[in-house]
Design a protein around this ligand. Structure first.
Ligand code: NA7
Length: 543
């Protein structure tokens, strides 16, 4: 064979967020050479880009950590119950320093393509700086919610003010003082930023397509004793998160919402509401599978919204009418209260659709709203989007774009691998449970599984691993069966792909829970990587 002049690594990793950083650390520990490409000029992934006002994580900070290093857990101390974006970014920089990760990360570089070379049996990876490198393993650590969605709206290029997407926010502070601001979108990003922008702006107009359920985060500063208590319980907490449904050490109810009295149910909801956070969904065991049970909680939240918003017409526009939690549950800080401010206007764009963006602002069917700044809080092409931004080509020239032509209705094996794409691994890929869980817990499971798998390949003297088509089909079928037994498939959400124009819908998330998923993946590895095939290194002279 002729010598290969291109730089070569054991592994190329795309992205330096939570996933990419830990993957790099694990592979280095195993003695592999790895290079991480990162588009930003710092580590952090989504926490690098999402600098919009009010950006905060919905996982409680004491649980939103790496747990692979107890020393790291003991060294870092969070300041508030829910960590804000700047603090999470500081944490990830701290991790990068502690484990000396930056020397293998090439910043300001985007992977544009990754092609499997059938002859060399290696990945040929191209970056936007014109370079090409070879790698045995191609690992995507691109996140689930990182491909921003700016809906195509006629006339946007004519807008004379400034516009931003929440997921690609400028590093310089955006000054809203004295400005007429518009926010399109009321998902997590809109609902976090709207109250903060309203406090600064001269006037804020919110363009809402779907009214949302949201409950108070009840965020607050953390007391030292509480943090110390969490640190003391490190091992217990770690185990509990790994075995849990959603990656949190919370207890889930075993009681149906329909088997308790109305009075008892209200007490339970009131208490969860006062406590704040995501626990509302775990108050009863059938809220996500039974329409009647779900409606008891949905109605409770609607009554809370009504009680806060003074203007009746506005309150009516804010009434959600889907099954609670079938779109991503939202935590807020004084969101509904914001509509009592005199400088805030709510526009229902379902009843009064946006027609175009004009040089002066947003024109709906019924009128024009003049704006100086327009914020798109319009979400992401979730899960498949970040992978599809790269030109990924597997064995025999098969494009991932073609394999995944059915949008959110993808086929993967465990959300980790794809038949036809040898030695390619996805961290938090579609059909894993990750996006509906406390992310660091899911990320660690994936990274550790992938690192173990690579170790196995090397120890056994194999050259590559590939998912078997039938195993992939069975996994996708299983994911769909689990999802369709719930209410999740009934809503139009980014879970199903319905938020992206022309994207075929599906349900690319495994809903069987983080703990079960871990067991499944571990079992598959223990049985010699069931559902995968391995190829041996050909004898010399043989191809
Ligand atoms: P989301 O949750 O996808 O929210 C996007 C919002 O933007 C949502 O209210 C959408 O309405 C709205 N939207 C999207 N396109 C349009 C158009 N064309 N016109 C009007 N309104 C539109 O994104 P986020 O960034 O808030 O949150 C994403 C996740 O990041 C979050 O769930 C966390 O997991 C972290 P719709 O509901 O689709 O009618």
């Amino acid at each position: 064979t002729k010598p290969n002049p291109l730089p070569a690594f054991d592994a190329v990793i795309v992205g330096a967020g939570f996933s990419g950083l830990y993957m790099l650390h694990k592979l280095r520990e195993a003695g592999l050479s790895a290079c991480v490409y990162e588009a930003g000029d710092g580590v952090g992934g989504v926490w690098y880009w999402n600098r919009y006002p009010g950006a905060r994580c919905d996982s409680e900070s004491v649980y939103y950590n790496y747990t692979f290093s107890e020393e790291l857990y003991q060294e870092w101390t969070w300041s508030s119950r829910y960590p804000g974006q700047p603090e999470i970014l500081r944490y990830l920089n701290f991790v990068a320093d502690k484990f000396d990760l930056r020397r293998d990360i090439q910043f300001r570089t985007r992977v544009t393509s990754a092609h499997y070379d059938d002859d060399e049996r290696k990945w040929r990876i191209q970056t936007n700086d014109g370079a090409t490198v070879m790698a045995t393993y191609f690992i995507s650590a691109v996140g689930c919610l990182s491909a921003t969605n700016v809906p195509k709206m006629k006339g946007l290029e004519t807008f004379e003010g400034q516009w931003f997407h929440t997921g690609n926010w400028p590093h310089e502070k955006v000054d809203f003082h004295g400005k007429r601001v518009g926010v399109i979108g009321t998902g997590s990003s809109g609902i976090q930023s709207i109250p903060v922008i309203a406090e600064e702006a001269l006037h804020l107009t919110v363009f809402q397509r779907t009214a949302q359920y949201s409950s108070p985060a009840q965020n607050h500063e953390l007391e030292e004793a509480y943090v110390q208590h969490a640190k003391n319980r490190f091992h217990e907490m770690k185990q509990s998160m790994r075995e849990s449904t959603a990656g949190f050490p919370y207890k889930r109810s075993r009681v149906s919402a329909l088997e308790v009295s109305e009075e008892k149910r209200q007490q339970v909801y009131e208490s969860a509401w006062a406590q704040g956070g995501l626990i509302l969904t775990s108050t009863f065991n059938d809220l996500l599978v039974n329409e009647e049970a779900n409606e008891t909680l949905s109605a409770f939240i609607r009554s809370k919204i009504r009680a806060v918003v003074h203007d009746e017409k506005t309150a009516e526009m804010l009434m959600p009418n889907y099954f609670f939690a079938t779109k991503r549950p939202i935590l807020d800080t004084r969101y509904f209260e914001t509509y009592n401010r005199e400088n805030v206007t709510l526009v229902n764009v379902k009843a009064d659709p946006i027609v175009e963006i004009t040089p002066k602002g947003v024109r709906t069917e019924k009128g024009e709203y003049e704006l100086d700044i327009l914020v798109f809080a319009t979400g992401y092409d979730a899960m498949t989007g970040p992978l599809m931004k790269m030109d990924i080509v597997g064995k025999n020239g098969e494009k991932l774009k073609d394999k995944w032509a059915e949008g959110a209705n993808v086929k993967t094996y465990l959300g980790i691998a794809n038949a036809g794409f040898p030695n390619m691994f996805m961290i938090t890929g579609p059909e894993s449970p990750s996006v509906l869980s406390n992310m660091p817990v899911s990320i660690e499971q994936h990274v550790e599984w992938i690192a173990d798998c690579i170790q196995y390949i090397r120890e056994q003297g194999y050259e590559s691993i590939e998912a078997v088509k039938e195993a992939e089909e069975a996994w996708s079928k299983h994911c769909w069966e689990v999802a369709s037994a719930t209410l999740f498939t009934k809503a139009e959400s980014w879970y199903t792909g319905a938020n992206i124009k022309d994207k075929p819908v599906g349900f690319p998330i495994y809903l069987g829970g983080v703990g079960n998923y871990r067991q499944i993946c571990t079992g598959i590895a223990e049985r010699g990587y069931e559902g995968f095939t391995f190829q041996r290194v050909p004898e010399s002279g043989q191809v």
